[in-house]
Design a protein around this ligand. Sequence first.
Ligand code: SF4
Ligand code: SF4
Length: 343
Amino acid sequence: MNVQAFLNTISTRSFSLPIVILYVTEGCNLRCLTCSYREKLPNELSLEEISTLVDSLSAYGLRTIVYSGGEPLMRRDFPEICSIFRKYNVKQVLLTNGLLLEKRLDEVKKFFSEIIVSIDGATDETHNTIRGVESLQQISRGIKHALASSSRPSISIRTVLQKANFRQTIDIVQFAKSLGVDRISFLAADVLSDSFGRATRGAVSPNESLMLNEEEIVEFRRIVEQMVSQCSNEFINGFISDSPDRMFHIVQYFEALIGKAAFPHNYCNAPMVSAVITSTGDVQPCYFLPAYGNIRETDVDVLTTSSIVRSVRRDVKNYTLERCKTCVCTLYTQPLSALLDRF
Ligand code: SF4
Ligand code: SF4
């Protein structure tokens, strides 16, 4: 039983921090349309700082660390970081663009039983155009090698739907099956926030190039209807992690972007159970909301129990933040799951 985590979900006070998304670097070897992370920053957290951080996080109820960025595998001392977390018996999840998966397979297998790989197209042309680098063949090889290896990790595909790939929604499901992965999930492209480096490094792609126009949205709705009937088994057996409703939620998001519908209601309690820590130590309530402090100045448990965080949690609970109403990447942990320590 994890009573602290359960209390987190039913109150605005912080009793623990079960999930942390850690950007180990902002360096990346892809050039995605939706993201501005490129070169690593000169002042990223050192191994020593991360080591001290793990101590505080562990004492504050950490259960799952999700490595993100940037591309985590770009960081040379990544195995050392994973070794530190492993000592504390924390579940480790890798979010990767997959380009270095084949090359770093031994170390990846050593630390991860769960890997999430981003793939944004069923064809080289679509994926590579969105991701800015010829990469799909190499990523696919990495996935296949990982799945064929002993002590095979669980691999999920994550696809960000947008103008350039919505027509391939069903094909991407089939492509994921052909790779042999365990599941696939979909998100809508984030058009409205200044996250993913846009605030600090500038937008890389005009929002219009990600959004669907009215005719395309009609087409997208038909594709999702077709997907729901054609992929019913994949929805039922969980190969597609999203429910059919969730897929229509993505259609409605694109409708809302052009003023043809209200934004679909989001259910999220990310700031109650998790935090994002950036590569320079800023602590954010989630991917999108502003940082409330930095671990170089204040301990993480002090930060998460501050009055600012309580006020953010209250706003999220009451659904008063505009950012929450237009959010594309929510996290909802059921109180019972928290109590049963299922993160
Ligand atoms: S979305 Fe991920 S893979 Fe693409 S540029 Fe940003 S960090 Fe790199
Ligand atoms: S809905 Fe989005 S912006 Fe709001 S707390 Fe959740 S993840 Fe953050």
